[in-house]
Design a protein around this ligand. Structure first.
Ligand code: SF4
Ligand code: SF4
Length: 159
């Protein structure tokens, strides 16, 4: 069994074992999902006008991975778990970087991948209206806070 499979099996076991005490944790994960989904269309818009012409796609250089909060979130919201961790090793590109972009659903990507906006995309974002920018910033902050609370609550319950 790989480390990835072992981590997922352990997390699945803990969630099943403590399911009756995890309602607040699940609720926090659901709130994170709502906030994430509220920014996906904006992220899609930014990607549509930048990524297809990118000379240096960030995903080929990125050294990111699914962290504990990402994995916990996926389990709690019932999202399909990616079959493997992103990197086979630190010399490899992300295994989900396809010729037309990321092969994972937005919801299944690590939070790092979601919030990262390259300089070109940041420039595009700053051209959006102030309310759009403000809504985006608020959602990002809510997601960061929600992920932390979700993790803290989970650890409190299972400890
Ligand atoms: S996010 Fe930016 S750097 Fe990454 S592929 Fe798109 S345009 Fe290129
Ligand atoms: S998971 Fe997707 S967005 Fe994140 S580095 Fe890999 S290909 Fe890029």
């Amino acid at each position: 069994m790989t480390d990835w499979q072992e981590a997922n099996r352990s997390l699945d076991y803990l969630i099943r074992l403590h399911r009756h005490k995890l309602s607040r944790t699940v609720s926090l994960a659901s709130e994170v999902q709502v906030q994430l989904e509220s920014i996906f269309s904006l992220l899609d818009d930014l990607c549509t006008v930048t990524c297809p012409w990118c000379p240096d796609p960030c995903c080929l250089l990125a050294r990111v991975w699914v962290d504990f909060k990402d994995l916990l979130f996926l389990h709690l919201v019932g999202q399909q778990i990616p079959p493997s961790q992103l990197l086979a090793d630190l010399n490899s590109a992300c295994r989900y970087a396809g010729p037309r972009g990321c092969l994972l659903l937005r919801l299944a990507r690590p939070w790092t991948c979601t919030w990262y906006l390259c300089p070109t995309q940041m420039t595009r974002l700053r051209q959006k209206s102030i309310p759009v920018q403000g809504k985006f910033s608020q959602a990002v902050q809510a997601i960061k806070t929600g992920r932390k609370e979700m993790e803290d609550e989970f650890i409190r319950v299972v400890s």
